[in-house]
Ligand binder design. Structure first.
Ligand code: AMP
Length: 457
């Protein structure tokens, strides 16, 4: 079985009824069970009239198979979904609900969320429980290219911004994944990123496109090699997907036969250091190292290159590769512009920023990335940014969003946030704060902003 992203239906394609679709932290679902659960949720949504919503649906939880059921059910209903990890503080969830005008949240946890003015639908297995009910206002207008998902990233104005990804973009992305990466239905994707980050879209969409298996791993499991490695061994994980920072500790491990099933290390999101690629090639000689590049605004990634020993030898700063076949890269005054069907339709309800960042080139959507780069040997090389957006441990952070949260505290007179860098990469984020009274400790400030910002900020 696999999922067709053009028709948004399941397709029978093999005779292995016990093959796993999703291994979540809650339960494992075979392809048949996965399809049944998706279809049941779709039916229940229709029965309750929730499919009429003209707004995106939030899906809340942490690495559960149930979240995947919700994503695919929303895709079938052509309702855009907003993936939200449990680590977001309530105020941020409330803000996201307001920005997106969302009327429904699917809660896959046992706790209540309680966002005001939303219908909370709590689902566990086949059980569906409507906790809170407000009237569905909008009716759904069908678009020829409906949105599939909206991922919220850090925003420089102090508000998170929602990147809208359409069906055309997802189809283009999944075609590229199935044609150019050498992956197949027998693969098992090892997930590391939380499902509210665009990095996870690699495995969330591609396992469906190929009819492969998705192995989700909790925060605790990903933080501890003694938990993650046995899981990869047990489920024969074959494609490792992470940021380079995340792979650092694993790259150092020598003679780890329990990772022999991994045939590809797939990276995106930040600079892949030359010595990391080198260590992986030495310690896991059976595996390919794939570097990809791209912002959330262009559907996960736009370029790809396999990092070979020759490339490691020749380029101290590794390339990020060549463009996917349906898209195009332009470099204008050093800035990388991405053109093509994978480019987002813009940020949710943010006309000012959309006018600044999204343009049209030859009738196609284009995104001004703010990244700098150059072409060499037919490949793109990334050379940094010169704005407020930084990556720390693979997380995308607008420094001004932190400053803004600090400046909103009533005892703060002024706050500024800076990134401390070594060799071009961010090592630490520091905020300098002037308060009205000297009794306030930095612990107090951190505690207060943790009600507004996610932990990684
Ligand atoms: P995100 O939207 O979280 O995927 O972050 C996108 C940003 O991460 C890009 O605009 C780049 O600044 C950076 N980035 C993504 N991939 C790479 C890569 N392979 N090498 C260097 N930087 C990258």
């Amino acid at each position: 079985m696999k999922f067709c992203f053009d028709t948004k239906t399941f397709i029978e394609c093999d005779l292995e009824p016990q093959k796993l679709a999703v291994v979540g932290v809650d339960e494992s679902l075979t392809w048949n069970q996965f399809m049944q659960r998706v279809n049941t949720l779709e039916k229940d949504f229709k029965a309750k009239g929730l499919d009429k919503t003209g707004s995106p649906v939030m899906v809340y939880g942490h690495k559960s198979a149930q979240m995947l059921v919700a994503f695919y059910a929303m895709m079938k209903l052509e309702i855009p979904y907003i993936p939200l990890d449990k680590f977001y503080p309530k105020e941020r969830l409330q803000k996201i609900a307001e920005i997106s005008a969302s009327e429904v949240v699917i809660n896959t946890t046992a706790d209540r969320i309680g966002i005001t003015n939303t219908n909370e639908v709590q689902i566990t297995g086949y059980e569906i429980n409507f906790i809170q009910s407000t009237e569905i206002k909008a009716s759904q207008e069908k678009s020829y290219d409906p949105l599939v998902y909206i991922i919220f990233t850090s925003g420089s104005t102090g508000e998170p911004k929602g990147v809208q990804i359409s069906s055309e973009a997802v189809q283009s992305f999944t075609r590229w994944m199935s044609l150019d990466f050498g992956f197949s239905a027998t693969d098992v994707f090892v997930n590391t990123a939380v499902l509210s980050f665009d990095l996870s879209v690699f495995e969330v969409m591609t396992f469906g496109k190929l009819g492969a298996t998705l192995l989700l791993n909790s925060k605790e499991q990903t933080a501890d090699p003694n938990l993650l490695i046995p899981r990869i061994e047990e489920f024969k994980g074959s494609i490792w997907v992470s940021t380079p920072s995340f792979a650092m500790i694993y790259a150092r491990i020598k003679n780890e036969t329990r990772l022999n099933s991994v045939h590809s290390f797939l990276f995106c999101g930040e600079v892949l250091p030359n010595d990391l690629a080198q260590k992986l090639k030495t310690n896991y000689p059976q595996a390919r190292v794939l570097n990809t590049y791209g912002p959330t605004e262009a559907t996960v990634a736009t370029t790809l290159v396999e990092i070979t020993p020759e490339i490691i030898e020749k380029h101290k700063s590794l390339p990020v590769g060549t463009s996917k076949r349906e898209s195009q890269l332009l470099i204008e005054e050093g800035e990388i512009i991405i053109v093509g069907p994978n480019v987002s339709k813009g940020y949710t309800n943010n006309a000012t920023l959309n006018a600044e960042k999204f343009i049209t080139i030859d009738g196609q959507r284009a995104f001004k990335t703010g990244d700098h780069g150059h072409l060499e040997d037919g490949m793109l090389f990334f050379s940094g940014r010169n704005d407020d957006l930084v990556k720390l441990h693979g997380y995308r952070i607008e420094l001004n969003e932190i400053s803004s949260a600090i400046n909103d505290l009533d005892y703060v007179l002024h706050g500024e946030t800076i990134a401390l860098k070594r060799n071009g990469s961010v090592k630490k984020i520091v905020s300098l704060v002037k308060t009205a009274n000297n009794d306030v400790s930095s612990t107090q400030i951190k505690e207060d902003i943790s009600n507004i910002l996610p932990p990684y900020m």
